[in-house]
Design a protein around this ligand. Structure first.
Ligand code: NDP
Length: 255
């Protein structure tokens, strides 16, 4: 009997998988047997990452796509290109960015850039891919949230608002699509060492705060996130929808 975590025969699109957490998620999905489309805004970077993975997992398992998740025309064209090759069974909305500036100073342009990249993008890519999933009566969407889906810290107001919104979007998608066979869940990473957080890792005071505030006592690694995404993408979670799983070393469990 095959494992309920087995993703053989499923095809996944992971946005923002040219590096960081998205890349580690892609590796986990490939390891579980899925075919994966590596994606970034920069098509060349996505292609380079896909080529490296193809040498490990086989050329048939990996492809790449480049499009801007904040732009509807780019999303429609990019997803159509991906679907021309085959259906998308699993969507991981992972692409995102952070901007650090107090709310009294942040420009409206920077505020809106963060909301658009970290929240509106999941709506745009989500509904574009969901149309096909709903037509086939099956699919799994995983929205990559954050501990800022539940907590707040100074200087990342737009990010916090967007990531709180992503939990609402996960529930709203569940309300509209789960009756059509499309499950929608979130995974909320704690503090993970990537390009996005390198400046924080290098800041001794912030580094000490993360270590003290994380019961497991270390920064997370991108590889820590894939297991939860595989679970939520697979039949092992077939009665789970509308939930956010915190993969944060215990950060949101303690004060
Ligand atoms: P990285 O900065 O390392 O990678 C971001 C990825 O998103 C890149 O592949 C980038 O591709 C892509 N991307 C960004 N903007 C766009 C866009 N407009 N269109 C298409 N692709 C885009 O980030 P992380 O791996 O650290 O973060 C990934 C996700 O995890 C984010 O949603 C982040 O909020 C979340 N997260 C991260 C945590 C951490 O501690 N690192 C903690 C909690 C959540 P390109 O370079 O081509 O633009």
């Amino acid at each position: 009997m095959s494992s309920p975590f087995d993703l053989t025969g499923r095809r996944a699109l992971v946005t923002g998988s040219s590096r960081g957490i998205g890349l580690a998620i892609a590796r986990s999905l490939l390891g579980a047997g899925a075919q994966v489309v590596i994606h970034g805004r920069n098509a060349e970077a996505a292609e380079t990452t896909a080529a490296a993975l193809a040498s490990e997992f086989g050329a048939g398992a990996v492809s790449s796509a480049g499009f801007d998740v904040t732009d509807e025309a780019s999303v429609l064209e990019g997803v159509a290109g991906v679907e021309a090759v085959g259906p998308v069974d699993i969507l991981v909305n992972n692409a995102g960015l952070q901007h650090r500036e107090p709310m009294l100073e942040v420009s409206v342009q920077d505020w809106e850039r963060v909301i658009r990249t970290d929240l509106t993008s999941a709506f745009l890519v989500g509904r574009t891919v969901a149309r096909g999933m709903i037509g086939r009566g099956a699919g799994a969407i995983v929205n990559i949230c954050s501990v800022q889906t539940d907590l707040a810290r100074p200087t990342i107001g737009a990010y916090t608002a967007a990531k709180h919104g992503l939990r609402g979007l996960t529930r709203a998608m569940t309300a509209e699509w789960s009756g059509s066979g499309v499950r929608v869940n979130g995974v909320a990473p704690g503090y993970i060492r990537t390009e996005l957080t390198q400046a924080l890792v290098d800041d001794p005071a912030f580094n000490a705060w993360v270590l003290g505030r994380t019961p497991i006592g270390r920064w997370g690694e991108p590889e820590d996130i894939g297991g939860a995404v595989v679970w939520l993408s697979s039949d092992a979670s077939r009665f789970v929808t509308g939930q956010v799983v915190f993969v944060d070393g215990g950060m949101t469990a303690v004060v």
